[in-house]
Every structure is written in C-alpha cells, then in structure tokens.
Design a protein around this ligand. Structure first.
Ligand code: PMP
Length: 472
C-alpha cells in the first residue's frame, strides 16, 4: 500500500534477456523503466527536480512548473504537478505526436507548441520559449532538465543503488542512452563509486548523434542523442551529461534499433520504445565481448505504447525505407540503386553554389530532375524525413541571379516512398502528376527517381541502395 503515485516511482525490476541475449558469454539484464507510473525513466528526474525546487524555494505552493520537453519529462512533471498541486506547462515542438499531447492534457498540463526547425539561439526555440514563459508566469519555475543537477542526482540516489543492490554488486557493465545525460551520468557516478571504479559505462547513441561522434544530422529514434541545427552557432552540451564518466559510446543505426525493439517484443515479450532498442543493441555488443563472470545492465527508458504508429507500424516502416520488399517483386530500391545518389546541397546556399553542384556531377539543367535541398534540422519528436527542406527543379536555377539564396524558391518535398515498396503499388498510390519520387532507405533519401522510370520497372533486384552523397 502506498500513500500516492509518487511513492511508486523507481524501484523497477531487472529482467534477464534470456532469448535475445542467448548464447552470449555474459548475461544481459534490462532495467524496466517503462514500469514507472508515467511509463518512463523520466518520472524519476521529474520528481527529484520538483522536490529539490520545493526545498530551495524555487517552486512555491500553487506555482507553475514549466519545461520544454519532447514528452516523457513532461509526463513525469505533469504527474508530480497533479499530485502536489501545481500547474504544469509543457512547451513542445509543433510536430510532436498527437498521442503525446493528449497524454499531457489528460494529466491536466497546458501544452504550448512552437516550430520545430529553429536554431538554438532563436527566441521561440523550445528551450528559450519555456524560459520566457516561466519568467512571465507568476509563480513560474523552469525545471530545466538539461542543466538541473537534480536530474542526474535522482539516478545517483536511486537508479544506481537499485542496480547495485539488485545485482548484489555483480554488475560489471552499465549501458544507457544519452538525452539530457541525466540517467547515464547519475547512475554511472554511483556505480563507479560503489565498485571502486571497476564498472564499465557504455553510452548508446544514434549513429548520427554527436555524443558518439556523429555529424549531428537527424535520425529516427526519438528522445535520445543530440542533433545539430546548421544555424546553431555554438553547440552546447547539457550540464546533466558528464562525459568523463562514460568509458565509450557505441553508435547504433536506426535500422538496428528498430530491429532490436521488434525482437524484444516478439522474443522477450517486452514492448519498449526506440531508444531502448538503441541501448539493448549496444548492450548485446558489450555482452558479446564480455566474460562469463560479467553482468551487463541496460536501461530501457520507456514503453513501446507511445510508438505504435511508428516502429511497430508496417506502413510507416515501409514508407520510411526500414522494411525490405518481397524478394521476387520489383521494388523502388531497385530503381534507386540504378539512379544513384541524388544531387544535393545543404542550406544556406545560393544559386551559383547550386549550379556548381550540378556542374560537378556533369548533369545538365535540362534533365528535368530536381536538386534536393537539405536542411539539417530535426526534432526528437518531430522527425519525418530528415534533412530535406525541399526540392528545386533544375531548370529554375538558370533563372536565378547568382547570389540569390535558394531558400525562398524551394518546392515542398513531393511525396516520398520507401525503398521496399513494390514499384507498381507506389505508382498507383502517388499522384499521377508527381514527376519525381524521392526514395527513402533507412529513413534517408537514397535517390530521386523519375516517374517515367516506374513504367520501365523490370529491373533485376539490385544490390544495396547507395547513401545520399552531399556535395557541399
Ligand atoms: N530515452 C527516452 C525515451 C527518453 O525520453 C529519454 C529522455 N529524454 C532518454 C532516453 C534519455 O535519458 P536522459 O535524458 O536521462 O539522458
């Protein structure tokens, strides 16, 4: 019996991955954070940050909790706010999934939406807007999970000791993703200290995230890692993340993360979110190189219930190029392989720079094809087609003055299709007037194929689809 829902935050079980981890030298145990009341690890940080602010006087009775959050922290704060009698305002990127917004509202939180693709310096960037709202709201308090020491401290005080006690000190490797860095930093700090420095700490990072050395371009797995906006002048990492405590970072591609969440659901009966797939994929690599006396613990931050329309939805997987087609059916990936990487340029760019890209490939402006214009923005909850701001018909380039920026001339991205989609089905589905089709493979544009090529679709099944090649 518990006095309130807040008393059942934390204390999550460790569950052995007996099937997915079968045959590996060391056992892998998953810390089931989706069993928290808000279904994520962030309940812990939310409660700890509120309690610390009550103590310091930053948050007063009847006050308003404000935070920029992609979802889980907001849900945790909304729960704590409900039970302890505060208002809660969550500032979210405008493309956050409606389901997450509905959950926040169900707990009584107010949701403020702001455009997703803004550089960190912009006053309406989620974090800046949350700060402004917290200052303008009487009794407002900004939780600030990225820089709030109570976030990692929650894991020093609970997650770390739980793992140490549950494994009776036998844990040798700890694996977690890095978002604010609170989970890995706090847990690592405790485990390193308890084990006199012997526990190895491994970060699990989406392949293009900067924590693991990626280029900062967007990725499909949500709520973990760190991407870069091209106009962000100075990349600042959260204070909640202490890199010095992490021995190494494993970089995991989106496809591997997604395959891993499917295996966890179908082989272990564990329905978890994409970042759990990233973390478990890294943990399996760690266990592969470990000794039989070792014990690997991996954090599963949230439930798969929030992602049923994505990682567990065949239509989404196919449309994003995460699913292969039937072996004997001609698929768009075959045409994409033949077409090769599309002409691409990143914003900001001028007409003359775009023309240089076209010339460097020996293409003609008469090709009738499009130049794909990249905008390296994303949003951990807003991700649709990474990178692509739009297209520009090549013929239009000629009409532009040399120093004219491309931005205002962009056409919206035409409907995309996945590399595993059957050619005939894609042809029937897409608007007949659409002249070119960006083909996605593993969530990224692998090629732009001409519509007319769809008719000539009796190509042999081609080898791997080439990745996009950015010329500039
Ligand atoms: N996975 C999910 C699903 C999350 O919501 C978060 C928090 N943004 C993380 C991983 C990363 O956790 P942390 O912020 O503690 O690094």
């Amino acid at each position: 019996m518990h006095e309130s829902v807040l008393d059942v935050i934390g204390g999550t079980p460790l569950i052995r991955l007996g099937r997915v981890g079968a045959g590996l030298p060391a056992p892998v145990y998953l810390k089931a954070e989706f069993l928290n009341p808000g279904m994520s690890v962030k309940d812990r940080a939310a409660l700890a940050m509120v309690l610390a602010a009550e103590k310091s006087g930053g948050l007063r009775p009847g006050g308003t909790i404000v935070e920029s959050t992609s979802g889980n922290t907001g849900i945790g704060l909304a729960i704590v706010a409900a039970r302890r009698g505060y208002q809660c305002i969550a500032v979210l990127p405008d493309k956050t999934s409606p389901d997450k917004i509905a959950v926040l509202r169900a707990y009584g939180a107010r949701v403020v939406l702001t455009p997703a693709a803004l550089p960190a310096e912009h006053p309406e960037h989620v974090r800046n807007l949350a700060q402004t709202i917290s200052m303008r709201t009487p009794g407002g308090w900004l939780a600030d999970q990225y820089d709030n020491p109570a976030n990692p401290q929650a894991h020093v005080e609970a997650t770390g000791p739980e793992i140490w006690e549950q494994t009776q000190g036998r844990v040798t490797h700890f694996v977690a993703g890095i978002g604010t860095g609170g989970t890995i930093t706090g847990t690592a700090r405790y485990l390193k200290q308890a084990s006199a420095g012997s526990v190895r700490v491994i970060g699990a990072d989406p392949h293009s995230s900067v924590y693991g050395g990626g280029d900062g371009s967007p990725y499909a797995v949500e709520a973990v890692g760190h991407y870069l906006h091209p106009e962000t002048a100075r990349d600042v990492w959260p204070l909640s993340y202490d890199e010095a405590l992490v021995d190494r970072v494993e970089r995991i591609g989106d496809r591997e993360s997604i395959t891993t969440v499917h295996r966890l659901a179908r082989e272990e009966g564990l329905l978890v979110g994409g970042s759990s797939g990233t973390a478990v994929a890294a943990a399996l690599r760690v266990a592969r190189d470990a000794a039989p006396s070792d014990l690997v613990v991996v954090i599963a931050p949230d439930s798969g219930r929030g992602y049923l329309s994505r990682y567990f939805n065949d239509e989404w997987l196919l449309a994003m190029g995460f699913q292969d087609g039937a072996p004997d059916t001609p698929v768009l990936g075959d045409l994409a392989a033949a077409a090769g990487a599309p002409l691409a340029i990143a914003l900001p760019a001028t007409a003359i720079e775009a023309l240089a890209v076209v010339a460097s490939r020996g293409s003609g402006l008469e090709d009738g094809l499009a130049l794909v214009v990249l905008n390296r923005t994303g949003g951990d909850e807003t991700w649709a087609v990474p990178d692509v701001a739009g297209v520009l018909p090549l013929a239009e380039l000629r009409a532009l003055p040399d120093d004219e920026p491309l931005g205002p001339y962009l056409r919206p991205l035409p409907s995309t299709a996945g590399s595993g989609e059957a050619i005939a089905e894609a042809d029937a589905r897409l608007d007949p007037d659409q002249r070119w089709i960006p083909v996605l493979h593993d969530g990224r544009i692998a090629a732009v194929v001409a519509r007319s090529d769809l008719a000539r679709s009796h190509l042999a099944v081609a080898a791997a689809v080439p990745g996009i090649e950015e010329v500039r």
